[in-house]
Every structure is written in C-alpha cells, then in structure tokens.
Design a protein around this ligand. Sequence first.
Ligand code: ACO
Length: 370
Amino acid sequence: MTATKGLEGIVATTSSISSIIDGVLTYRGIDIDDLAEHASFEEVVYLLWYGKLPNKSELEQLHRDLSDSAAVADSVIQQIKLYPKNTNSMAALRSAVSALALYDNEANDMSREANLRKAIRLQAQLPTIIAAFARIRAGQEPIAPKANVSIAYNFLYMLTGKEPESIAVEALDKALVLHADHELNASTFAARVTVATLSDIYSGVTSAIGALKGPLHGGANEAVMAMLEEIGTASNVEAYISEKLANKEKIMGFGHRVYKNGDPRAKHLQKMSAELGKITDNMNWYNMSIKIEEMVTGQKGLKPNVDFYSASVYTSLEIPRDLFTPIFAISRVSGWTAHILEQYENNRLIRPRAEYTGPVNQKYVPIESR
Ligand code: ACO
C-alpha cells in the first residue's frame, strides 16, 4: 500500500454535479462562463440540486421557499450574542450552523424530501447568520431578512441596513454563481465523508465549513486581502513579491491542485475587480493585483485562482475582510448540499487506508521501566 500525498489525482467518487475537464468547469454540463454571463445565483442553486435549470414557476417557487426560510431561530441569534467579540467569523459560522440543527424538528429525518427542505433552510439561513454575526459584534441589532429579494440583495441589506445598489447586488450575485460548486474540492469532500456515515446534513455542512476555513482553501481570499493591505500600493509590489518568492513563501490566491493553465473563474472576478475599482474611484487594489499576477505568473508560472480577485471585488463592495470566506460559504453551501443529496442517493461509507510508517514489532514496556 503506497499513499498518494494529498490524494492528488485520485478519483474518489462519481458525481453528476460539476466537472473540470481540460480546464473547463461546468455545473451539470453548463460551462461556468455561460452561467456567469446569464444565470442568477438562485438559478444555479436549483440547477445544482435538481440537475436542470428551473422554468419560471420553479424559480419563483424556489425564491419563495428561500425567502420564507431566511429567518434564523431566535435561540441561535441569542447564542451568537454570547460569542466573544473577537471570534473568528468562520468559527462563528461553523458553530451557528451546527446549532441550527438543534432547533430543526427535521434534523434527523433522512428522507430526500426532508433533506431538500433542510438544504433550502441552510441556503437561506447562512447569509442571515453571517450578517447577524457581523452586526452583533459591532454592537448593532441584527436586521430581519427582507421578503422577495435575491440572496445577494438580502445579504447586503442585512449587513448594512441599507437598500444595496444594483451594481453591488449584481457583482455579489455573480461572485456567488462562480463559487457555487467545484467538483471534489476539500470542503465538499469533507461533507461527503461525513454524510457517508449516514450522519445528517447539518453535520455534513458543519464539516465542510471547517474545511473551507483554512487558508489553503476558502480562507485564501482573506489572506489575499491581508497581503494587499500589507503591500499598500502598486509601487511596493515588486520588492514584496520578490522577497516572498526568494524565501519560497506561498503567494495566496495563486496555484491550484487541478488547474495548471489557469482557473476559469478568475477572469470573471478580474473583470469585476476592474469595473468596481473604476466605479468606486479606487483602482489601487486592482492595480496591485495586476502587478502581483504579472510577477507570480512570470516568475513561477502560477496563475491566479478564484480567491485572488475576489478579495478586491469584496473590498470594493465595502465588505469587511473577515467576511470574505463566510461569503464563499454562502455560495458553496449550494454545492455542499447538492453533493450531500447525491451521496445519500448512492451511499457507501468512505473509508480509505493509510500507509503505515511507524515502528513495528514493539513491545509494551511497564511504566516503571520507561
Ligand atoms: N505561491 C508560491 N508557490 C506555490 C504556490 C503559491 N501560491 N502554490 C503552489 N506553489 C508551489 C509550491 O511551493 C510547490 O513548489 P515545490 O514543488 O518547489 O515545493 C509547487 O508549487 C506545488 O505546490 P503544492 O502546494 O504541492 O500544490 P498543491 O496542489 O498541493 O496545492 C494549493 C494547491 C493549495 C492551492 C496551492 O497552490 C496553494 O497553497 N496556493 C495558495 C493558497 C490558495 O490560494 N488557495 C486557494 C485555492 S482555490 C480554493 O480552494 C478555493
């Protein structure tokens, strides 16, 4: 038995949800470029769960269901109020999502119908939790979700208490489309491993949030922004990046396990970053990002991934840096839940083996002889 480090190249499951073939990402066979151009996030959610684009009445029904499910149990809001003020935002999300299960009468109902209803609740309530957390830690009261608006609109509204501008809603909506699913990424794999024991959907999503938090996965978007803030301005890029590369340090937002010729989502976020920079009359983050890309791609051959330009996009939308990864979760919960439903449909326990590298033929030594 020989281990493959990081399971690179291992095909661990079949899935009909999303594919990465020759560098092209599709959701249910539709190219991400097509979806980024034309689809709303809610259409994508439907597509991932049901395997087809919704017709008008199906989409309206999903909007109603999400809207009706967006309020979070008051007990969970009260718990969030007890979190320490400096709690990590992904830790807060992980804890609150785990707590949702305690107040869901269907939490342990394993029928597909109940799991779909729970998927709707999770999709609807993650934005409410994150906005509530952000307001509570700032000493403000949470804002109740608005009816009959999109998830992107509602999140910005609940976060700020103001009606968001349409350009901001469109930008966030597109970012949500781009992050919704990505084959067997680390957090989706974590979700599938968890529910393959026939544990419940909340446990699966809680596992996934824990995996997304890390800086090698979803946490990279926050790390990119921390880097941009540290660099400060485009004229400092060269010295900063040269030193990092010379020290063999990783540049966050670059590289990918699967894409070697570039992440197809990055170009959409780059375009949005430039557009939002112009609109907000602040091209600093974009200009720095472009210069970093030139250096890292030029010297290391590494291309930006989805996290690189999303950092400047979210900053242009005036979203606090530590909410970037939770926003990733708002989107990816659609993919996680689609994968959880798929795993239940054709389940087998996921239990690989380890190549043992420890000592052999050891004997128990009595404590007085150690
Ligand atoms: N900056 C500098 N060097 C890098 C980078 C980077 N961002 N990424 C990879 N490399 C180098 C590694 O140092 C390594 O070099 P070596 O062979 O000389 O040791 C080589 O490229 C291979 O890198 P690995 O880390 O082994 O590649 P792996 O496939 O395991 O990792 C990963 C992929 C985690 C995305 C990696 O590229 C990375 O750490 N990037 C930065 C973090 C990041 O942006 N993560 C978000 C990924 S997208 C997402 O999850 C949403």
